[in-house]
Write a new protein. Structure first.
Length: 287
């Protein structure tokens, strides 16, 4: 069965109505919720006694793969990696202040996960392959977004929760590969300058993507999308913009627009098969 690493919503209040939150978060407290399902994650705006939250929920299928010379020794080792991955992501990306509503209330951001270790399940957003490699060895991880009927796929290595040192302009930056790859899982591109040889190959042996980097950010080495782990304000723009468009629907806010008014909040779903301007918005029934 899927497992969820607990977050800070637990035990605040009892749920007062049916909710759009996934079943694995059904015991998490809220007074009201609105959400939509997406290809990278499902996203919800939730009212709690502790204030409003935006929750990004990813359903994951972890697969643990033997390397050329190493194998996973036990289920405990595999569960340990999956549990630590979720906790590290939450510790890095969850925050008390994502944005404010029109009435000035602070909205927090939380990532939550449902993860399976044995089989793919309908509704999974990502398959995460974790390859076992010798301690101290690092390889190039990668993320492939979903396309057509293919679920998104992330390839990590068993050392990717440990930091590595990257060099640029005579300075050193530490970054955990798994943290960097997660920014791609929420839709962000690389910011570092891609250096290619005459044959279009990188120093690590992989073919260059050919995608131009935004010149504004190629020297921003501490950025989590570059060589470090610092989260910049604009990294969460897609989530923040969705939140600001949906928050006025809350009964706690003063001026509530019609449901038609949040069409733009679904912009991050454009181009996904089966999603259009008639995408249903799931609302909790208010008591």
């Amino acid at each position: 069965m899927p497992t969820v690493v607990p977050g800070i919503l637990a035990d605040q209040v009892k749920a007062v109505s049916n909710t759009a939150l996934p079943a694995s978060l059904a015991t998490y407290a809220q007074m009201w919720a609105v959400g939509v399902k997406g290809p990278l994650y499902d996203i919800y705006f939730v009212e709690t006694l502790g204030g409003p939250r935006t929750i990004c929920f990813m359903k994951l299928y972890f697969r643990f793969v033997a390397g050329k010379s190493e194998t996973w020794t036990s289920q405990q080792e595999m569960v340990g990696f999956a549990t630590r991955w979720q906790a590290d992501i939450q510790n890095k990306f969850n925050m008390k202040s994502l944005t404010t509503t029109s009435s000035g209330r602070i909205v927090g951001l939380e990532f939550h996960f449902g993860s399976g270790l044995y089989s793919w399940e309908p509704g999974d957003h990502w398959t995460i392959d974790v390859v076992k490699v010798p301690k101290g060895q690092f390889y190039t991880s990668n993320v492939e977004h979903a396309h057509g009927n293919i679920v998104g796929r992330t390839t990590l290595f068993s050392n990717d929760l440990a930091p590595i040192t990257r060099q640029a302009d005579n300075k050193s930056y530490r970054q955990r590969p798994a943290i960097h790859e997660f920014v791609h899982m929420i839709g962000l591109p690389d910011e570092y300058e891609e250096k290619c040889d005459a044959n279009g190959m990188r120093a690590d042996g992989f073919k260059c993507s050919g995608k131009p980097r935004d010149p504004r950010y190629v020297k921003d080495y501490p950025s989590v999308a570059n060589l470090g782990e610092r989260i910049r304000f604009d990294h969460l723009d897609a989530i923040r913009n969705w939140t600001k468009l949906v928050a006025p629907l809350s009964p706690v806010e003063k001026d509530r627009p019609s449901l038609k008014g949040i069409t733009d909040a679904l912009a991050f779903l454009k181009g996904v098969p089966g999603n259009d301007d008639k995408t249903p918005v799931m609302l909790a029934k208010l008591r």
